[in-house]
Design a protein around this ligand. Structure first.
Ligand SMILES: Nc1ncnc2c1ncn2[C@@H]1O[C@H](COP(=O)(O)OP(=O)(O)OP(=O)(O)O)[C@@H](O)[C@H]1O
Length: 367
C-alpha cells in the first residue's frame, strides 16, 4: 500500500534522509528504529505529506504523498511526537474540531466521536479540559485525532515517549488493537516495543536504511555462524581432546579449577563454521564420551545487539551527511544515487557496514 522510493531530504546543504527505499503491505505493523537524529521524524513527516522530499517519490495506494492532495492526506493518520492538542478545549470539543478538520461527514460525527471515546478509553473525560489531562490521556486523545477519519495508514512518532510504565503498557495495548484494523508505522527508541508490537523492523542510521526485515530474524541474518553456550562437567583436557577436530571454534572458556586434569564445571562458547545447527551432533558426541551436559543452548543476538551493530559505526555528532556546495551538488547527487543499490539488488544482511542500504528478506518472507 505504501511505496517509499529513493527518498531524500536536505535541510540547507545537509542531507538528513538519504535515498530511503521501502514498501509496506496492508496490515503490517512496522517498527522504525534509529539513534537520535537518524532521520525517523523527517521520513515520517514526508510520508504524511507534512514535508516535501528533496528527491524521490512516496505513493500511498497509488496517490502521490510527495505532492499530497487532500484525498491522499485523508488516508493517513499521524501522531507526531508531541500530540497536536489545544489545551483550552475540552476533550469533546477537540474531538468535534478534529472530526470537522478531517472531513468526517456531519451525520457520522456523533457516532464516530463516541467510537473514539469508547476505543481509546476516554469515557468520563469528555468535559475535561485538555490541559488538565495526564500525559497518558493526552496520548490517547492524540491517537483519537489520528484515527477519527479511519485512515488506512497510521504513522506514530514515538507514541510512548515520556509516559510512565503503566501508561506505556496501556498505550502499547491500544496500538496493538489499532494494528488489527490499520497498517501502522511506528518509530521508537524502545527496542522491546518493536519485539512486542512489530512484525517487521526498519533500522535507519545517518539518514540511510541499514536493515529491513522481520524483527525475529534480524539476528540470524547478521550472525551467519551458529553459536551455542555449553556447560559441562568434565576434565578440561578430556573436553579439549573431544572438541578438537570438529571444526568448532571455542571462545570464552571458563574453568572453575585451574587444574586441567581435575573434573570440574566448564563453560565454553562454541561457534560453527557456518549457520548449520550442530546441537544434536554435539550432544551425541558428549553423551558418547560420558560427559554430562548441564546446559546447552543456542545463542542469538538480542535486538539491542543487532541495533548497536548496525548503528554504532563512527556516527558523527550530527547524523546528517554534509553535502558539497551547490556547484558540486548535482554530481554528488547522481553518484549518491548510483551508490545505493536498486531495491531488487539489495542482498540479505550478512555484515555490519551501515553505509549501504541492505535488505534482509523478500517481501514473501515477511511475517
Ligand atoms: N527543519 C529542520 N531544519 C534543519 N534540520 C533539520 C530539520 N528537521 C530535522 N533536521 C535535522 O535532520 C536530522 C534528522 O532529524 P530527525 O528529527 O528526522 O531525526 P530522528 O531520527 O527523528 O531523531 P530523534 O530520535 O532524536 O527524534 C537531524 O540532524 C536534524 O537536526
Amino acid at each position: 500500500m505504501l511505496q517509499v522510493q529513493q527518498v531524500s531530504k536536505h535541510f540547507d546543504r545537509r542531507r538528513s534522509v538519504d535515498g530511503i527505499d521501502f514498501e509496506m503491505e496492508r496490515g503490517e505493523i512496522v517498527g522504525f528504529l534509529g539513534p537520535n537524529g537518524a532521520g525517523k521524524t523527517t521520513t515520517m513527516r514526508m510520508i504524511t505529506g507534512y514535508l516535501t522530499p528533496t528527491s524521490g517519490q512516496i505513493w500511498l495506494d497509488g496517490l502521490p504523498m510527495h505532492e499530497p492532495s487532500r484525498k491522499a492526506r485523508g488516508k493517513i493518520g499521524y501522531l507526531p511526537e508531541t500530540p497536536p492538542l489545544y489545551p483550552d478545549m475540552t476533550v469533546m470539543s477537540y474531538l468535534r474540531f478534529v472530526a470537522d478538520l478531517r472531513d468526517v461527514p456531519a451525520r457520522q460525527q456523533k457516532l464516530r466521536i463516541s467510537e473514539m471515546i469508547d476505543r481509546l478509553g476516554l469515557e468520563g473525560r469528555e468535559r475535561q479540559v485538555v490541559r488538565s489531562l495526564s500525559k497518558g490521556y493526552k496520548q490517547r486523545l492524540g491517537l483519537a485525532q489520528a484515527i477519527i477519519h479511519k485512515p488506512d495508514l497510521l504513522v506514530l512518532d514515538e507514541p510512548t515517549s515520556g509516559l510512565d510504565p503503566s501508561q506505556i503498557v496501556e498505550i502499547r495495548q491500544l496500538i496493538r488493537e489499532l494494528g488489527e484494523q490499520h497498517t501502522v508505522l511506528l518509530s521508537t527508541h524502545i527496542l522491546q516495543e518493536v519485539s512486542t508490537l512489530c512484525s517487521r523492523v526498519l533500522i535507519i542510521n545517518e539518514g540511510k536504511l541499514v536493515a529491513d526485515g522481520p524483527s525475529n530474524q534480524l539476528d540470524s541474518s547478521l550472525n551467519d555462524k551458529f553459536q551455542v553456550a555449553l556447560e559441562v562437567k568434565s576434565r578440561p583436557a578430556v573436553l579439549h581432546t573431544l572438541l578438537d577436530g570438529w571444526g568448532w571454534s571455542e571462545t570464552d572458556y571458563v574453568l572453575t579449577d585451574p587444574d586441567e586434569q581435575q573434573e570440574q564445571l566448564i563453560r565454553v562458547r562454541l561457534q560453527g563454521e557456518d549457520g548449520t545447527d550442530f546441537r544434536e551432533r554435539l550432544s551425541l558426541a558428549l553423551g558418547e564420551a560420558r560427559i554430562p551436559i548441564l546446559e546447552l543452548r543456542r545463542e542469538s543476538m538480542s535486538l539491542e545487539d543487532v541495533f548497536l551493530k548496525l548503528t554504532s559505526e563512527s556516527a558523527p555528532e550530527s547524523a546528517t551527511v554534509e553535502l558539497p556546495s551547490s556547484s558540486e551538488s548535482s554530481a554528488e547527487e547522481s553518484s549518491a544515487t548510483e551508490a545505493t543499490p536498486a531495491k531488487d539488488e539489495l542482498t540479505p544482511l550478512t555484515k555490519t557496514s551501515n553505509k549501504a542500504s541492505k535488505k534482509m528478506n523478500n517481501k514473501e518472507d515477511r511475517a
